[in-house]
Design a protein around this ligand. Structure first.
Ligand code: NAD
Length: 356
């Protein structure tokens, strides 16, 4: 099969890590007889420098007409003083909304060879940890009406949380579909004891659950979920929640695994087009030094193979190649521990290729 992939290396370590992910995809192409065509486009700080804006129109056009988008990371100290709406991160918001990417998938996977990196007591994650946070990405308080007004104590600022039935239905379906591919257990997280929008959320998720009788659904309040994640994270399989709650809980879940350089993410919409990126940022402190861990980006490519191209065998092959490298004791600096062999970005990429 033939797939067109828009590649946004972006800033900082972005070019270092996307280079390795492309090599992995090329190897997958050779091994499984697919062809991948890569079109590199500008976004983020580098686009501000070269083209005057974080998300140039031609970048957006190429992303829209591709089968998937691979993103490294954007941002860095050079652009930190720009006003909010001119910063590199605007490229991410622009891409998500223009491509209709309303579902953000963030797996938190604790790899057996890296279990010492886990920040929790070993007995709490005995046998590993594998959960998926599905976050609504284009609605809720981050996109609601906001402003300043005269309040009880003088001028006040406000933001509003609003969700429509349609928005909740479609994110719920994504989450149920993913639960069906996993352990068939879904936790919907809200604050239905306080918020009207959460009460609608809960009712709609209940309604959608009738289409998925095999999936065991439960509801938890967000404050309880935050506690349960550090108390007994193994109780979770798939978590679905709103934009803001998902922002916070997905970071909490991923940090339990202790290794930011290992975690991929996917942003999906109605069709098969998705955007795939590591959860970490542009790590300007190690950019261009062959120090960045490329595994989160390589695992993002595995998610691309699975969710946009429906190539499950190929996705698993990439994931197994990564685990194989870890089992052999190779580590980049960020996940290094005693007795292991430290390697750089390129060597790590090469090792994954050899394991493929
Ligand atoms: P960061 O994730 O870039 O870095 C945090 C720490 O983790 C740093 O010490 C860094 O060296 C390390 N690190 C991150 N990824 C690594 C990897 N693959 N291998 C080895 N070490 C790694 O977060 P930050 O320092 O808060 O942000 C730096 C810049 O990235 C900022 O401009 C921020 O706005 C931007 N950012 C971008 C995205 C994105 O593009 N999606 C996400 C988060 C932050």
């Amino acid at each position: 099969m033939n797939f067109n992939i828009a590649v946004i290396p972006g800033d900082g370590i972005g070019p270092d890590i996307t280079e390795q992910a492309i090599l992995v995809l090329q190897k997958v192409g050779e091994k499984f007889n697919h062809s991948f065509t890569f079109t590199e486009v500008l976004a983020g700080g580098i686009a501000i420098d070269k083209r005057g804006k974080a998300l140039p129109e031609d970048t957006l056009e190429i992303c829209k007409t591709s089968d998937a988008v691979l993103l490294g990371a954007v941002g860095g100290p050079k652009w930190d003083t720009l006003p909010g709406n001119e910063r590199p991160e605007q490229a991410l918001l622009g891409l998500r909304s223009a491509l209709g990417l309303f579902a953000n998938l963030r797996p938190a996977l604790l790899y057996e060879p890296l279990k010492e990196a886990c920040t929790l007591r070993p007995d709490l994650v005995e046998g590993g940890l594998d959960l998926m946070v599905v976050r609504e990405l284009t609605g809720g308080i981050y996109f609601g009406e906001r402003g300043f007004r005269e309040g009880k104590y003088g001028e006040e600022a406000y933001d509003t949380e609003a969700y429509s039935k349609v928005e909740v239905e479609r994110i719920a379906r994504v989450a149920f579909d993913i639960a069906m591919q996993r352990d068939k257990k879904l936790t919907s997280v809200d604050k239905a004891n306080i918020l009207e929008s959460s009460r609608l959320w809960r009712a709609v998720v209940e309604e959608v659950s009738k289409e998925y009788p095999e999936v065991e659904l439960n509801h938890l309040y967000v404050d309880n979920t935050a506690m349960q994640l550090v108390r007994n994270p193994k109780q979770f399989d798939v978590i679905v929640t709103s934009n803001m709650f998902g922002d916070i809980l997905s970071d909490e879940a991923s940090m339990i695994t202790g290794s930011i350089g290992m975690l991929p993410s996917a942003s999906l919409g109605e069709g098969t087009l998705g955007m795939y990126e590591p959860i970490h940022g542009s790590a300007p402190d190690i950019a261009g030094q062959n120090k960045a861990n490329p595994l989160a980006t390589i695992l993002s490519v595995a998610m691309m193979l699975r969710h946009s191209f429906h190539l499950e065998e190929e996705a698993k092959a990439v994931e197994e190649a990564v685990v194989g490298v870890l089992e052999k004791g190779y580590r980049t600096g960020d996940i290094m521990s005693s007795g292991m062999t430290q390697v750089g970005t390129k060597e790590m990429g090469q090792l994954v290729l050899e394991n493929l």
